[in-house]
Design a protein around this ligand. Structure first.
Ligand code: UDP
Length: 499
């Protein structure tokens, strides 16, 4: 039992001492259960590590498919199971055949499948397989069936929604948006029409900034309805964890608190982990479903300061061949250096069309470097990197924010359309290029970020990075909220039934 007495701040000493003694006797056992997508697994693993180093026993429930990939490409076993006492992995099926691609164009299959197969399996595992009994569940905040299972078994449940508060609030408000007739979007209409029924976003949210599934013709669309109903269940959980920080999303968090008062904002989790567990900086990243190619770091070491565009669209975005070419020409025409992550499964098409054209690989060598997968946090922190061309997955958005790297945003789907609007219009730490994939626009916007408005973006990004770091240092909002979460888990656990 290695519970450390390093928590200070907003707690009364007597209460803290009682809590510490209880922890010494009987550490709470928490089940952490993400939906099977890398972005979700990634941030929930970081939370798992933070709880575990504080003495909480953690069982992390991964899909069989994803766990197999993590074991193959990272050191998850030595990093978690061997290093952290009381940490164990368990696996569960996601209900899909092993040869299902699980890429972005098929991600709705994953959600629908998990929703239909998980509940009885989860209940059975909690009753008979996971020992000692679980006293608190932290489930992905898009899995309301976990709340039903937890209620059945008398176990407290906290939601962890892995998207930003801005997207969560937009999802939550979609019922009102539909009732007010602002959705569906009519085929030929102006996508710049303002949306008035997401409270707090009336002045800047446009049709095109709504989550991608709002582009369905029919408001009864299965995926739109799934996201809406799952998000509406958020207040049923005993609390809500968000990977964000108060200085970034304070006004939107106030809106969410009106329906869900018990919120733990504990992000950015990547920075929080480094602040609380300094040894973390020297460990290999554990959020890879592909082999990390470290040659990109040697290549970056050879480049001048602040000269490189880092390009990555995350773990599931797909690009058509036409889009690939538009980005490539835009980057080449900008005359800047670039490091581009192209995953083996990221180009759409069959029979060789889904490969990077050979002539493009050759021509890139002039001032670019293409790789299959990189250690992204290390890349973003590298002094050669000047900007990030990103799809604005929430993890990537936060990682870039922490590193103080301005973003050129090309959102692909789901929450990313909302995130990129906030990056461009609210936080002003990048430019939103959504819905356009044109070489001239890419070139123009790269020049805007790296030349014409360079100082302006550098300043706003560094200021936001400072705020992010302050929030996770001792006394900061995320630091204090994590302490409160750990305390509450212990109190909830002591009240939980035993299965
Ligand atoms: N990532 C990485 N190496 C890469 C590309 C991505 O480590 O070459 C990581 C990145 O740091 C982030 C995650 O993959 O933590 C992607 O999550 P995000 O939420 O940004 O997007 P998603 O993959 O869910 O679309």
């Amino acid at each position: 039992m290695n519970y450390k007495l390093h928590r200070k701040g907003n707690q009364n000493q007597t209460e803290k001492l009682t809590f510490d003694i209880e922890m010494e006797k009987d550490p709470p056992h928490v089940l952490i259960f993400p939906i099977p997508a890398l972005g979700h697994v990634n941030s929930m693993l970081k939370l798992a590590e933070l709880l575990s180093v504080d003495g909480i026993k953690v069982t992390f429930l991964n899909s069989e498919y994803n766990h197999d990939r993590l074991v193959r490409h990272t050191d998850v076993c030595s990093r978690y199971t061997q290093r952290l006492p009381g940490f164990q992995f368990k696996t569960i099926t996601d209900g899909l055949p092993m040869d299902h691609p699980r890429t972005g164009d098929r991600s709705a299959d994953v959600l629908h499948s998990v929703k239909s197969v998980t509940p009885p399996l989860l209940k059975e595992m909690l009753l008979n397989e996971i020992k000692p009994p679980v006293k608190c569940i932290i489930s992905d905040g898009i899995m309301s069936s976990a709340i039903d299972v937890a209620r059945d078994l008398g176990i407290p449940i906290i939601y962890f929604r892995t998207i930003g508060a801005c997207a969560l609030w937009a999802y939550y408000s979609l019922g009102e948006v539909i009732d007010a007739g602002e959705l569906p979007i009519k085929g030929t209409e102006d996508m710049d029409r303002q949306i008035k029924n997401v409270p707090g976003m009336e002045t800047y949210l446009r049709c095109r900034d709504l989550p991608s599934f709002c582009r369905a013709d029919d408001p009864m669309d299965k995926t739109l309805q799934l996201f809406m109903s799952e998000t509406r269940s958020t207040p049923r959980a005993d609390g809500l964890i968000l990977n964000t920080f108060e200085d970034l999303e304070g006004p939107i968090l106030s809106q969410i608190r009106s329906i869900c008062p018990n919120i733990y904002t504990i992000g950015p989790l990547n920075a929080h982990l480094k602040a609380r567990v300094p040894e973390n900086t020297s460990l290999k990243p554990s959020n890879s479903f592909w082999e990390v190619d470290r040659s990109c770091i040697s290549w970056l070491n050879e480049q001048p300061l602040q000269s490189v565009i880092y390009v990555s669209f995350g773990s599931i975005t797909m690009l058509s061949r036409e889009q690939l070419l538009e980005f490539w020409h835009g980057l080449m025409n900008s005359n800047k250096r670039f490091l581009w992550v192209i995953r083996p499964d990221s180009i759409l098409g069959k029979d060789g069309e889904n490969q990077i054209p050979e002539e493009l690989v050759e021509a890139t060598k002039e001032r670019g470097y293409m790789v299959g997968w990189v250690p992204q946090e290390e890349v973003l922190a590298h002094e050669a990197v000047a900007m990030f061309l990103t799809h604005n997955g929430w993890n990537s958005t936060l990682e870039s924010t922490v590193a103080g790297v301005p973003m050129l945003c090309w959102p692909y789907f789901a929450d990313q359309q909302v995130n990129s609007r906030f990056v461009g219009e609210v936080w002003k730490i990048g430019i939103d290029m959504k819905d356009v994939c044109d070489r001239k626009v890419v070139e123009k916007m790269v020049n805007e970020l790296m030349m014409e408005r360079k100082d302006e973006f550098k300043k706003s990004s560094s200021e936001m990075a400072d705020s992010a770091r302050k929030s996770v240092n001792e006394g900061g909002s995320s630091y204090c909220n994590l302490d409160r979460l750990i305390n509450d888990i212990s109190l909830m656990s002591s009240r939980a039934h035993s299965c």
